[in-house]
Design a protein. Sequence first.
Length: 409
Amino acid sequence: MKYHYKRDAIKPLPIKPFLNMVKDRNQVIERAEAVMPRTEFNANILAAKLHPEIQYVRISDIKDHGDAKTFILVPDEKRGTRELAYFRAGQYISVSLDFEGGTMCKPYAIRSNPKDALGEKNNHYMITVKRNITGLASDYMLDCLKVGDELEISGPLGEFYYQKFRDEKHVVALAGGSGITPFYSMAAAIVSGIEDFDLTILYGSRTSEGILLKDELEELERKSDGRVKVVHVLSHEEKEGYEHGFLTAELIAKYAPEKYSLFICGPKPLYAFGDEQAKKLGLKRKSVRKELPGDYINPQKNEDYPAGIEGKTFRLKVHIGGKITEIQIRSDQTILQAMEASHIKAPSHCRSGECGWCHSKLLSGNVYIPQDVDGRRMADLKFGWIHPCAAYAAGDAAIEVYPVIKEQD
Ligand code: FES
């Protein structure tokens, strides 16, 4: 017989303990408890704490800023959430909403300091929601939610945070409107020593009156020991002490040090505008980081938009949770928006074609997917998977959606 090991090496080993192995094992089994012990590994316990699928929260306070409100969210122990998951400054949560206009999940950047999510006492998240002309969800949150209301939110998500091995030690932020919120969290994290980089925020608003969180930003700047600087840029007002105009390459060059990373968060037009300015400044792609833009708009403006579908309505069959529902879908609605408007509880988080949470199978028909939000992998393309948050019906179609099943469902 040919052995695949060196027999000489094991010859000195005593043979006796090996002779009774089966007998010994049977005795151990005999003595054991009838119930199988449950083992939980520390890594799994930590992963569950950092990445919970759902967190149950209550609104403990609401602060009014005029056309925006800040909601303080605390864990709802009654429904099983004892503490909130820790997050990196710049991440978001998606909030599940169910109201007359639809059933949806909307992403909101966590505005608070990450340290406020630590510990069992007083841990909370803050989100600030600004009224948005086309925003059903923001209208609902601003007009209907009140202190004491219960919400379901996701764990912290997204990659829009400082990464010291990739980003420069100095970050220049371009912010517009409620796009200030992730930068607010970063500034708070710098002030409390959680993050170690310098931050210059160029914050665009129409007028000085309309600057969101102005006093709070000033306070952070004061406490930051020079590490956080906020420059207000007004597009519709000229006033001493403020920059006037837009967040242009010239303005960035005026305030930026020699080496920096450019972070962008704000209304959709700011992303394309920010890209143009970055190009003028000769910044490399890796030096420009953008928050996900959310719901896609105006697909008909794209050159590859299918001819003859603009303004049409189609039928969409949705297979979900063992049921088939037929709904109407307009050609300017994403498949996700059409399902939400029909109160179908479809999973989603980023609403930007990126996270894959809404991943669904196209069973029949054609869809249009704008190239700039097509975050699918090669295998998805090959086997007909789509992201309904970034796909439009180009005719009658059918899809199969895989909903998130909660333990109590
Ligand atoms: S919700 Fe993230 S890819 Fe659709």
